[in-house]
Design a binder for this molecule. Structure first.
Ligand code: DOR
Length: 420
């Protein structure tokens, strides 16, 4: 493993309250004290760029095993690298679902050659069907880092409580896809836009009922829960109140919920359809407010690749949009350029906080820590789906001009993406 020096770079690391210009030294896969460059050292001039701890994405669908026409572990991690993401949490709604030790091992082994650290989510129920609980001890022994049935809610509340209890014992998070299955099932946010398009809407109450249930469980049993992809102001209000009451709840929202509203689906383009759906301007502003006041801890992408053929039919298309290559740039554009938060606060939401929630050794550039790093530059660029690095192109940020660009990503001391 080569040695790397990045000189003259602004080092922005909220984990140690650092914001200064200097050099970063990497050797043997970790950040080190200063050393002299030799013939084996890659020296990068970081002038004009900012270096931050590599991003940690708590919500990614890698589609592998079983749906590799959409994405696979290698292509998904290539997309991660291009977005500055060095650690990601891979959701279990693969085919088969991640409900056995064999599937956990398959993902972990394939990920050894990938351009990002892959943390595997084990399913709470077999096949994500909410009928039969998985063997959490067996999944944990195989190396899972979290539990979830994401893509679907855990319909059986008893199974959810048991998973929360077990996860707390093991010291791993449960991440909850909040959705009442009886209320859910529409195509876009229920309201003005669903009426205009004449399609069935997804009511905010479907998400909120799920959020309310998970918060009630966390409160009643004094157990942690992490709320996935928050999209409604009503859910944000519940999380805020719960946190004020000392409930052990953490939460994430996604870049599309702070950038876009339901108006985007009026285009009839299914790349703007995801679950939960894009909501109203009031919801969008509430997501920003909740990020700023600490109600929502993290920004995660819900990177959900689907093929162009699947996305061709607006109503028949599956839900989801890709996001890892644009998450930092889009969030920077809304939150930093928009004057809502500092760059340090953004890095906290996209690296330090998610690393803490997952309990992994990431989100820091301290000496001795794994050398996971991203460099970015304040620079305008326009998102061209064809130039993205993942296998699918279903981005809701297509043709948008964003204000920051990832220029270099280093994962475990290895340069995995460079655009300098
Ligand atoms: O839009 C979504 N896509 N929401 C989910 O919950 C699942 C995801 C997927 O796997 O495609």
């Amino acid at each position: 493993m080569g040695r790397i020096i990045i000189s003259n770079v602004r080092i922005l690391d909220p984990s140690s309250d650092r914001d200064k210009t200097g050099s970063i030294y990497i050797n043997g896969g970790v950040f080190t004290d200063a050393f002299e460059a030799d013939s084996d050292t890659t020296v990068i001039d970081g002038s004009g760029m900012t270096a931050a701890p590599g991003l940690v994405d708590l919500h990614v669908h890698l589609r592998d095993p079983g749906q590799t026409q959409k994405e696979d572990i290698i292509s998904g991690c290539r997309a991660a690298a291009a977005g500055g993401v060095t650690s990601l949490l891979a959701m279990p709604n693969t085919s088969p679902a991640v409900d056995s030790a064999e599937t956990v091992s398959y993902i972990r082994e394939k990920a050894e050659k990938a351009d990002a650290h892959v943390y595997v989510v084990g399913a709470v129920t077999k096949g994500l069907k909410s009928q039969e609980a998985t063997d959490i001890d067996e999944l944990y022994a195989a190396g899972i880092a979290a539990l979830s049935d994401d893509g679907r809610p855990v319909e059986n509340t008893v199974m959810m409580v048991n998973a929360m209890k077990k996860a707390a014992e093991l010291g791993i998070p449960v991440t909850a896809h909040c959705e009442d299955p009886y209320l859910a099932g529409g195509k876009v946010n229920e309201g003005r836009v669903s009426e205009k398009l004449g399609v069935k809407g997804m009511p905010r109450a479907a998400e909120d009922a799920g959020t309310a249930r998970e918060i009630s469980l966390a409160a009643a049993y004094d157990l942690p829960v992490h709320i996935c992809h928050v999209s409604t102001y009503t859910s944000a209000n519940m999380i805020r109140a719960a946190k004020a009451d000392g409930v052990k709840v953490t939460a994430e929202t996604a870049p599309h919920y702070i950038m876009l509203t339901e108006d985007a689906v009026l285009s009839g383009d299914a790349d703007y359809r995801m679950n939960p759906p894009l909501r109203t301007e009031r919801d969008r502003l509430a997501m920003i407010e909740a990020l700023c006041d600490g109600t929502i801890d993290a920004i995660a992408t819900d990177h959900a690749p689907h093929t162009p053929a699947e996305k061709a039919d607006f109503e028949a298309a599956p839900n989801g949009s890709i996001g890892m290559e644009t998450s930092f740039a889009a969030s920077y554009t809304v939150l930093v350029s928009g004057g809502y938060m500092s760059e340090a606060q953004l890095i906290e939401k996209m690296s330090c906080a998610p690393a803490r929630i997952l309990g992994i050794d990431a989100g820091t550039t301290e000496i001795g820590a794994p050398a996971d790093l991203m460099l970015y530059k304040k620079e305008k660029w326009t998102v061209d789906p064809e130039k993205l690095h993942g296998r699918s192109k279903n981005t809701p940020f297509k043709n948008m001009t964003l204000d920051a660009k990832v220029k270099l990503t280093i994962c475990a001391g290895r340069i995995v993406y460079i655009d300098i």
